[in-house]
Structure formats: structure tokens, C-alpha cells
Design a protein around this ligand. Structure first.
Ligand code: ASP
Length: 439
């Protein structure tokens, strides 16, 4: 699973191509909007026969892997916890840290997005037009909004699917997650020789799914160009302002999480000056920023934790690998903000209960996302549809995702390293005094 979803063959890097696709699609769309206007029959023809279908194929490639991806990663995550029971205390501490910091991150994201309200930069006419544009699945939208709107005993009962295949067919993420949790837990309790082939099968399934996402990402530069063209030819410059406001909101929330939560843990929970810690782990942070992959950063993270911080290998070697797939603070922030932003744009008014569900889903899917570039995108599409926001709306943010991915991955890795120091300190096997003098 360590291979990058964003990698491509020789030549121009895939993320550069996606950015280029975004720029070309956006410029062409805005120019069309400002000159001939969207009602021009030729523009309509391009949108109906070229831009629309290419964009759809790309999106469907992503949609089609959501359910197997969620099932495989949740099941494998829980099955992996079976080993953690053996390692008991250390595992418990690490998982508690992952869970608490990811919850704090998701909550902070929701607070920042509700304070900054980037969707208010979108003119009401643009919102109406956007809804029209993506009205294709309006009925599912209403249905989905209705099922998540009510709160009562059925909220919990509905989490348990009657039929897991039906849940997957209806993109019922909670149902599939619940089934995955049960499946994983059961796997840890049956005889090891029986569980082994199933785990190997699930590992293969998740790798296959990642490979399919690779295929989809090869289409991404064209898909993004087409999707953005159809949107911007219709909405012009207004959309650009909204997306810039969204990017700034995510970056502010990521910065706030580091400054408030992670620095507080370092200073008060571990007793190490945050800036000293930051300067010691910078090689890992730079790797995370440039690869957008927690998994690809793992070797560097292991190296800095040992050589730059002096943390014993048995702790770092245990906490960091799990952290690279389970501890994604930055991803949870990004997901929560994106869901709220797009929901508001599409006039899906979320109640407080639904906001809480967005937070919980951001935490669960951040834990379930693969530590590879764009690893959280398919899961994010799943949450969007769950709240009645058309999954296609992801196109609005996908073009700018690379910069957000680089930033959130850096925060993910920073939090993994903080977790390692926290666990090592609380186990009494390391203290800030053990940080080697810089050579
Ligand atoms: N790229 C992220 C990581 O590897 C995952 C994501 O949020 O897409 O940590």
C-alpha cells in the first residue's frame, strides 16, 4: 500500500499534469463564459459530448472502488488490532493518542469552517446554478438528507445493515463500516490458520483497489480539465473566489491544529520545546510535503525519530507504522471542511447532529484512508453522497487538492512523530533529555 496514487511514469509528474489540466480547463471555461456565454450551442455540444462524459468516466472510476476500499481497510485495521492486544499497553496508548488527536483535529476543522464560512463567497445565483448543474441525482440527495437528518433510536439501528451487499450497493458507508468492524473483529477470534488466507485476500483486495485508483488518476488531468471546464464555463470567475476561500480555510485550520493541539502536547504532555522538536523532525516533514504520502515518509520518519530524537527503535518501529495508516489529523480536518463547504454550496443545510456525524465520519475515514497521495479522496466522495451532496461536486476541490494533500500529509506525519515521543515518554523509556546534541 505504500505506492503513491499520485505517481506516474517518466516525464511530467502526475500532480503537475493535474494542475495543468485544472488551469487549462479553468481558463478555457472562464474565457468561454466571458466571451460566447454558456448558452452557445457549440459550448453546449462540447459540454454534452466531450467534457461531460470524460469527467464522468474519471469520477465513476473513483466511485466504483469506494465500497471495497472502505471494507478492506476497516477490516484489515481491526484485524491488525488483534496483534495489538498482545502488545497491550503501548498499542492502547498509541491508539488513544491517534483517536483523541484526530477527534480534536476534526472538531477544530468544523469550528474554523463555520467561522470562516468560505461558501458565503459564492453568489446565491451561482449556488442555484451549481445545484442545477449537479441536479442529476437530486432524488438520492433528498433521500440521503432525510435519512441522516432525524436523530433517534433508528439513527443507531440504521448503522447495522440488514444486508451488507445491499448496504454497499446503496453506498451506505456506515453500514459497510459496521460490517467491516464485525468482520475484522471476528477474524481476530477464529483460528489463526483459518484467518490467514482471508487476511491475505483482503490485503490483495486493498492493493488491487489502490491500483484501480492509479488508473483513475492517470485520467485525472483530463477528467479534472473537463469537469472544471463544464463548471467554469457556466459559472465564470465567481467559482474561483470560492475555491480560494476554501483553500485558505483548510490551511488556517491545519496551522491552528499544529499551533494549538500538537504544540500543547509537545510542551505540556512531553516537555520538549515545540520548535526544537520541529527542527529535529524537519527531514520527515519535508519528505511528507513533497511526497504527499504518509507511507512513503515512513522510512524517513523512523530515521529521524531514532537519530534526531533518540527514541528507542522498539517504540518508534511499532507506533510509526500504525500511525502512518491510522493517525491522520490533517486528513480529518480537510475532510470535515470539504464536506461542510460543499454541503453549504449545495444548500444541504446540516443540523448540529449531522455536523457531529460529519465529524465522526471524518475521524473514521481518516483512520481508514491509505497513506498515499489522494488516499482520502474516494472516502470523501463516500461521505459527500452520504449527506446528499452530489459526489461529482468533488471536482470543485480536486484541482487544488495537491497543495492541500501536501499540507495535510505534513500534519499527519508531524502528529505520528508526536505520538511516538508521547508514547516513549509515558512508557518511561525516553525523555526530552535523550535528544542527542546536534552534530
Ligand atoms: N496523502 C495523505 C497521507 O498520505 C492521505 C490523504 O489525506 O489523502 O497522509
Amino acid at each position: 500500500m505504500s505506492e503513491s496514487i499520485g505517481s506516474s511514469g517518466p516525464g511530467m509528474k502526475l500532480h503537475t499534469k493535474i494542475l495543468l489540466g485544472l488551469t487549462v480547463g479553468l481558463m478555457a471555461g472562464i474565457a468561454t463564459n466571458l466571451t460566447v456565454g454558456v448558452d452557445n450551442p457549440r459550448v453546449e455540444w462540447i459540454n454534452t459530448y466531450i467534457a461531460g462524459p470524460v469527467g464522468q468516466v474519471f469520477l465513476r472510476m473513483l466511485f466504483m472502488v469506494v465500497m471495497p476500499l472502505v471494507f478492506a481497510s476497516i477490516t484489515l485495521g481491526v484485524a491488525g488490532l488483534g496483534d495489538i492486544r498482545k502488545v497491550g499497553r503501548v498499542g492502547g496508548k498509541a491508539i488513544t493518542y491517534f483517536f483523541v488527536t484526530t477527534c480534536l483535529a476534526a472538531t477544530l476543522g468544523l469550528i474554523v469552517v463555520n467561522t470562516m464560512r468560505p461558501w458565503e463567497r459564492v453568489a446565491p445565483e451561482t449556488r442555484v446554478a451549481l445545484m442545477d448543474r449537479f441536479a442529476g441525482d437530486a432524488s438520492t440527495r433528498v433521500e440521503a438528507a432525510a435519512t441522516t437528518a432525524k436523530f433517534g433510536p433508528e439513527t443507531f439501528v440504521n448503522i447495522v445493515p440488514r444486508n451488507p451487499i445491499d448496504a454497499a450497493a446503496k453506498t451506505d458507508m456506515l453500514g459497510v463500516i459496521f460490517f467491516g468492524l464485525m468482520f475484522g473483529a471476528a477474524l481476530t477470534l477464529i483460528a489463526a490458520e483459518k484467518a490467514k488466507p482471508m487476511i491475505a485476500w483482503l490485503e490483495a483486495l486493498s492493493e488491487v483497489v489502490i491500483q484501480i485508483i492509479h488508473f483513475a488518476m492517470m485520467l485525472a488531468p483530463y477528467g479534472v480539465a473537463c469537469l472544471i471546464f463544464t463548471v467554469s464555463s457556466r459559472f465564470g470567475i465567481d467559482l474561483l473566489v470560492a475555491v480560494a476561500a476554501f483553500v485558505i480555510t483548510v490551511l488556517i485550520a491545519l496551522g491552528a491544529h499544529v499551533g494549538l493541539t500538537l504544540f500543547a502536547i509537545l510542551k505540556f504532555g512531553i516537555g520538549i520545546p515545540p520548535l526544537l522538536f520541529l527542527s529535529r523532525v524537519k527531514a520527515a516533514l519535508i519528505t511528507a510535503f513533497s511526497t504527499s504520502s504518509s507511507s512513503a515518509t515512513l522510512p524517513t520518519a523512523l530515521d529521524v525519530s531514532e537519530t534526531q530524537l533518540g527514541i528507542p527503535r522498539q517504540i518508534a518501529g511499532f507506533v510509526l507504522p500504525i500511525g502512518s495508516t491510522m493517525c491522520m489529523n490533517g486528513t480529518a480536518i480537510f475532510e470535515g471542511i470539504t464536506v461542510i463547504f460543499l454541503a453549504e454550496i449545495f444548500n444541504v443545510d446540516l443540523t448540529l447532529t449531522q455536523m457531529a456525524i460529519v465529524m465522526i465520519m471524518s475521524v473514521i475515514t481518516a483512520i481508514g484512508a491509505a497513506g498515499v497521495p489522494g488516499g482520502s479522496i474516494p472516502l470523501l466522495v463516500g461521505i459527500l453522497t452520504m449527506f446528499g451532496v452530489p459526489g461529482e461536486a468533488i471536482a470543485i476541490v480536486l484541482g487544488v487538492d495537491r497543495i492541500l494533500d501536501m499540507s495535510r500529509t505534513t500534519i499527519n506525519v508531524f502528529s505520528d512523530l508526536t505520538a511516538t515521543a508521547f508514547v516513549a515518554k509515558s512508557e518511561g523509556v525516553w525523555s526530552p533529555k535523550d535528544v542527542p546534541a546536534q552534530s
